[in-house]
Design a protein around this ligand. Structure first.
Ligand SMILES: Cc1cc2nc3c(=O)[nH]c(=O)nc-3n(C[C@H](O)[C@H](O)[C@H](O)COP(=O)(O)O)c2cc1C
Length: 330
């Protein structure tokens, strides 16, 4: 057990959150993370119909009695709030107690969720957005750095800088994200002032993740330089695997493509097909730079237990260093 303001807020044993991942953040993965002591997340928008989303929540509830989070990604291409209201209706009916919002300000949704007693974690790529979210009354903020898989924002600032800066002024719990995969990273985040970490890329390479085995094999060989940023020209940068589809998107952007031109290439549906078929050239697939540091595909339980014991060992080593003893790693 590691106790922080985040674990107290959420009633969890380890300050580790599994990030929302389109198509991959299923009830099974989320339940495995929550059962192992962290907070698992189901991505609402991966379930295009209300019934499918409700079924997934029921499935997760059947797999764990621990808290589960639902991610609501507010996409720039979706301009009406109606679709999100449908997801909120269902998650409230199904008794979900934690929601992660991302993509844009959750302003319109905070009063309703707070009134229902739901804890809101808003994910942001910059300290100024974290401050704004705090002022709106969210319960915690996840701050993602430039190294992250998915959307790192427009500023290109790494997690190392963002977390230190956020910790100086933000009073609510801060979750550090972008580039974390182990117990040393967890302790580093806590040292910088965060109350926990959120990981996406690391959870992709676990047994419970439904991505085709070809993706996991690629991840075992990938280097930290094997990701790239696309969609910067439409002010929605995304860090993705370097593959044929991503290179084509970049080329289209250089030629001045509009959002409408890019949509067929960046649509999530291509990603779903890629995860199912194992075609590594297809679709733009979110992936963080930390992929270069991964070398196994453990079960979620193995991963979480390992992170907890690595954090413990690291703390012992650091305590020794601070006491003036030799701090070489065994
Ligand atoms: C495959 C994949 C899909 C993702 N899809 C989403 C998403 O739909 N919504 C969202 O808010 N974040 C999404 N993310 C971002 C993660 O929730 C998280 O912020 C990020 O992975 C953290 O950085 P890391 O990859 O270095 O751990 C995705 C990340 C990955 C790797």
């Amino acid at each position: 057990m590691i106790r922080t303001p985040l674990t107290d807020l959420l009633g969890i044993r380890l300050p580790i959150i599994q990030g929302g991942m389109q198509w991959l953040a299923t009830g099974e993965l989320a339940a495995a993370v929550s059962n192992a002591g962290g907070l698992g997340t189901i991505c609402a928008l991966s379930f295009p119909s209300a019934d499918e989303f409700r079924d997934e929540l029921k499935k997760a509830k059947g797999l764990t009695d621990k808290p589960i989070c639902v991610n609501i990604s507010m996409l720039p291409v979706v301009t009406s709030n109606d679709i999100y209201d449908i997801y909120f209706d269902i998650l409230l009916e199904e008794g979900v107690r934690v929601v992660e919002t991302s993509g844009r300000s959750p302003e319109g949704f905070v009063p309703r969720l707070k009134q229902a007693g739901v804890k809101i974690i808003h994910k942001v790529p910059a300290v100024r957005f974290a401050r704004k979210a705090e002022s709106l009354g969210v319960d915690a903020v996840t701050v993602v750095g430039y190294e992250c898989g998915g959307h790192p924002g427009l500023d290109d600032v790494t997690s190392l800088i963002l977390i230190q800066k956020a910790a100086r002024t933000i009073k609510i719990p801060i979750v550090a994200a972008g580039g974390y995969c182990d117990g040393r990273g967890l302790l580093a985040a806590l040292a910088l002032g965060a109350s926990g970490i959120l990981m996406g890329t690391r959870f992709m390479a676990t047994k419970e993740c439904i991505a085709h085995p070809n993706f996991k094999s690629w991840m075992m060989k990938a280097q930290e330089t094997d990701t790239m940023i696309v969609e910067r020209s439409i002010r929605n940068p995304a860090r993705v695997r370097r593959n044929k589809a991503a290179e084509e998107v970049l080329e289209l952007e250089k030629q001045g493509a509009t959002l409408a031109d890019l949509l067929p290439h960046i649509s999530g549906k291509m990603g779903l097909e890629a995860y199912r078929s194992g075609d590594l050239d297809m679709g733009v697939i979110a992936c963080g730079q930390i992929v270069g540091a991964l070398d196994d595909v453990p079960s979620v339980r193995e991963l979480m237990d390992r992170i907890a014991s690595e954090a413990d060992e690291t703390l012992g080593r650091l305590t020794g260093i601070c006491a003036g003893r030799n701090g070489h790693r065994a």
